[in-house]
Design a protein around this ligand. Structure first.
Ligand code: BJW
Ligand code: ZN
Length: 244
């Protein structure tokens, strides 16, 4: 970590954070890419797009049910908790996540921009009604709405638009922040991956935290190689030092 970042952390008033699957890895939620990632043994085109869902909803629902069970069985880690603390001390703080696992809220974050949806929500593709308590069982492997439409998870698949109001807020925040932290994302999925670049263009200091270099690394001001659960609490401690 550079001296420049240390001094910025002590004075910064406007911070934007973009998180990806890597922030939840230490909680026990599998990432998508890389060794041991979900896409190393499953095909995204068979699970994370609408056509695949319509072709085989049972298969896609079984996959989401399985992941939901994992997400329910794990706990927020030190990185999630440190971000919830940051929200309390930074006057203008925006947490943008690509994750659907709900762990930021469970850690105490209040204001989270969820770009790719949330595993706890589902909606009917016919009438649009939202559901928060969809139960998938062997007897009922595909949920249907009272209007007879099929219910799908409220997540964003490839080729689908992100929730526009949420994305607009994220863009606005990246344009005004002084510091952007990109944590635990491979930065290959757009438009989320464009947000740190946009922040940089608008004069923000961009710092990446990851266990390895990514597609974003050549464009950031600093890459901190390390586990989110160790690096993020360390950044929080520096932020707190001068503010007391
Ligand atoms: C740690 C760690 C530790 C591990 N500490 N770090 C060609 C070029 C450009 C774009 C496109 C293109 N063809 C198609 C597109 C568009 C497409 C896209 O970007 N594709 C690229 C992959 C090529 N994007 C879209 O389709 C998006 N929509 C869109 O663009 O709409 C406009 C449009 C409309 C119509 C037609 C075309 C365009 C939608 C994208 C939706 C992504 N959905 C998913 C599934 C969500 C639901 C679910 O969870 O099931 O979102 S895919 C998956 O990837 C998920 C994630 O949110 C997303 C990003 O992954 P993430 O979080 O970065 O995870 P990983 O696994 O990749 O990385 C983890 C990182 O953590 C690694 O770097 C590790 O090293 C690190 N790590 N442990 C710190 N302890
Ligand atoms: Zn319906």
């Amino acid at each position: 970590m550079t001296e420049k970042l240390k001094s910025l952390l002590k004075s910064v008033q406007s911070v934007c954070v973009l998180t990806g699957a890597g922030i939840s890895a230490e909680s026990g939620v599998p990432t998508f890419r890389g060794e041991g990632g979900l896409w190393s043994r499953l095909k995204p085109e068979e699970l994370a797009n609408f056509d695949a869902f319509m072709k085989n909803p049972e298969n896609v629902w079984a996959w989401y049910q399985h992941r939901k069970e994992i997400m329910h069985s794990v706990q927020p880690n030190a990185a999630h908790k440190a971000l919830a603390e940051m929200e309390k001390i930074i006057p203008d703080f925006t947490l943008i996540t690509q994750n659907i696992d709900n762990l930021h809220y469970r850690a105490g974050s209040k204001n989270v921009l969820e770009l790719h949806g949330n595993i706890e929500r589902s909606y009917c593709i016919k009438c649009g009604k939202y559901y928060s308590d969809v139960q998938i069982t062997k007897e009922k492997p595909i949920p249907y709405c009272e209007c007879s439409g099929i219910i799908r998870p409220d997540v964003v698949w490839f080729g689908e638009n992100l929730p526009i109001d949420v994305f607009d807020k994220a863009v606005e925040a990246t344009r005004r922040c002084e510091l952007l932290l990109s944590i635990g994302t491979s930065a290959v999925v757009y438009p989320a991956a464009g947000l740190p670049l946009q922040a940089k263009e608008h004069g923000s200091y961009v710092v990446e935290i990851n266990v390895e270099y990514t597609e974003l690394s050549p464009y950031v001001n600093e890459t901190i190689i390390g586990r989110a659960g160790e690096v993020v609490p360390a950044l929080l401690e520096i932020m707190k030092e001068e503010r007391q």
